[in-house]
Design a protein around this ligand. Structure first.
Ligand code: NAI
Length: 473
């Protein structure tokens, strides 16, 4: 049996990036993918949603062209054309990933891999009756939508009469629903809420917590919610869905039970690592909180077995996954590397976008970190004013009180998804505000807001009690 240096199960952002890097460094790599290369991110997550959101943004820009002196008649959209373009983009990028595999001499087997066990020489994996051996195994099986045990949801799951949808089925809709209830106002929920709101669907978000987008900067989440409330999305906060009956969503809010009827229901209450169905039990790998337990080098408790991406259940983001895959390959090829989670950006691709990295006020307070805040409206950047007629936004920088280093940056306003990496670098490199002030930013760009925020805020305010108006339990 042929021996491989690295066997990878799963061709998502963790698996395909690891395969590409390992192949590039000369390792003999074998990757198994049972569906389509690119995983959830490329096929039913990041890429298709961003493609659709761009269609929605283009439509809205056309509708409001008069703000920029541009006029058009009969501005309309074609839902099926948007969906067709989404499919085209996905297809093109899947082919791109396949091309990268070929270019780096990675052998890809389209099929379902089963771990047989681990012997002296490494791990054995079978697929369609054939056996394969690898000195090392990297598990990147990803995550799947979590369907909570809510009566009416559990029995019907995501397949019932096509009313209840997850992120997967909603991307296959043939026509725009007239109304949509989104259960869970997290990242997936808000991106789809934004998309359908732009197209005129009546959207209602039901969120269990006191604010949408938990984990993000609370002040910014509230600003985004207010923006969308003005655009017609109905928000029910502190509202827990307790039952679904046909097209009715029943939730409890402030001791009362309320019911909403809707054409479609999106379930977006989180995702769960995929740890079953591929023979993981044959390795006796240790688990933690439903995912595979790993150390900072992405090693499991079994020698030669690694895990990366959503399957670890830790930071369910494509860019985290890719970096984790790189950490595995770097350590396999002689570079001492470790995974760090303090500078992982989080982006919500609503319109306006939200982007943040590092500590939020809430997380800093919880950890007892002393910090100061610099905060400016986005309108301080000339380019933002030029391109966002009537738009508002904010940039907020958290600075460690002791050393003056940047510990968190949070923004609302386009195109903060493209700017946040600068803040990631500052946090990763533990840059102080003095060091950042010496960096030259291109003018005119919206990115200048980062530098301006640090410069112009006359006296940095102490970050205590900023979020008093939000009652967090
Ligand atoms: P999430 O964890 O972001 O949000 C789920 C929300 O559902 C939470 O706010 C929770 O309080 C709420 N919830 C739970 N049970 C509920 C109930 N019974 N009634 C009402 N609300 C309830 O999960 P989501 O949005 O499904 O996303 C899954 C993962 O995918 C996340 O880890 C996210 O980071 C990732 N993702 C990232 C994207 C990005 O980076 N732009 C885009 C899409 C997904």
């Amino acid at each position: 049996m042929e021996q491989h240096d690295l066997i990878i199960i799963g061709g998502g952002p963790a698996g395909y990036v690891a395969a590409e890097r390992a192949g590039h460094k000369g390792l003999k790599v074998l990757l198994f993918e049972k569906k389509s290369m690119g995983g959830v991110c490329l096929n039913e997550g990041c890429i298709p949603t961003k493609t659709l959101l761009y269609s929605a943004k283009t439509y809205e820009n056309a509708l409001h062209g008069d703000r920029y002196g541009v006029f058009g008649d009969n501005i309309r959209f074609d839902f099926s054309a948007m969906m067709a373009r989404k499919n085209k983009v996905v297809k093109k990028l899947v082919a791109g990933v396949e091309g990268k595999m070929k270019m780096n001499q990675v052998t890809v087997i389209k099929g379902e891999a089963m771990i047989v066990g681990r012997g002296k020489e490494g791990v054995e994996v079978s697929c369609a009756g054939n056996s394969y051996k690898g000195r090392n195994l990297l598990i990147c099986t990803g995550s799947e939508a979590f369907i909570p045990p809510i009566p009416g949801l559990k029995e019907t799951g995501d397949k019932s009469g096509n009313i209840i949808l997850t992120n997967r089925e909603i991307l296959e809709l043939k026509e725009k629903p007239d109304s949509l209830v989104v259960i869970g106002g997290g990242v997936i929920g808000m991106e789809f809420a934004s998309f359908f709101n732009s197209l005129g669907t009546k959207v209602t978000v039901v969120e269990m917590l006191p604010e949408i987008l938990g984990g993000l900067d609370l002040e910014i989440s509230a600003m985004l919610r207010n923006h969308y409330a003005k655009k017609g999305i109905a928000f029910n906060l502190n509202a827990k869905v307790v039952k679904v009956e046909g097209n009715q969503v029943i939730f409890e809010k402030e001791g009362k039970t309320e019911t909403i009827e809707s054409d479609k229901i999106l379930v977006s209450v989180g995702r769960r690592p995929v740890i079953q169905g591929f023979g993981l039990e044959n390795l006796h790998v240790e688990l933690y909180k439903g995912g595979i337990k790993v150390d900072e080098k992405m090693r499991t408790n079994v020698p030669g077995v690694y895990a990366a991406g959503d399957v670890t259940g830790f930071s369910l983001l494509a860019h985290t996954a890719s970096r984790e895959g790189e950490v595995v390959v770097n350590n396999l090829t002689g570079r001492n590397d470790r995974m760090r989670y303090n500078a992982i950006p989080g982006v919500v691709y609503t319109n306006p976008e939200v982007a943040g990295v590092g500590e939020t006020e809430e997380s800093a307070r919880a950890k007892g970190i002393k910090y100061r805040i610099a905060k400016l409206p986005m309108a301080y950047a000339g380019r933002f004013v030029a391109e966002n007629e009537g738009g508002s936004g904010i940039c907020k920088v958290l600075i460690g009180e002791k050393h003056g280093e940047v510990i968190g940056v949070h923004m609302l306003g386009n195109p903060c998804s493209e700017m946040i990496y600068g803040a990631c670098m500052a946090i990763e490199q533990e840059m102080t505000i003095e060091q950042l002030q010496e960096v030259v930013f291109p003018h005119p760009t919206v990115s200048e807001i980062f530098k301006e925020t640090i410069h112009l805020t006359p006296a940095l305010s102490k970050g205590e009690g900023v979020s008093k108006r939000f009652k967090i339990k």
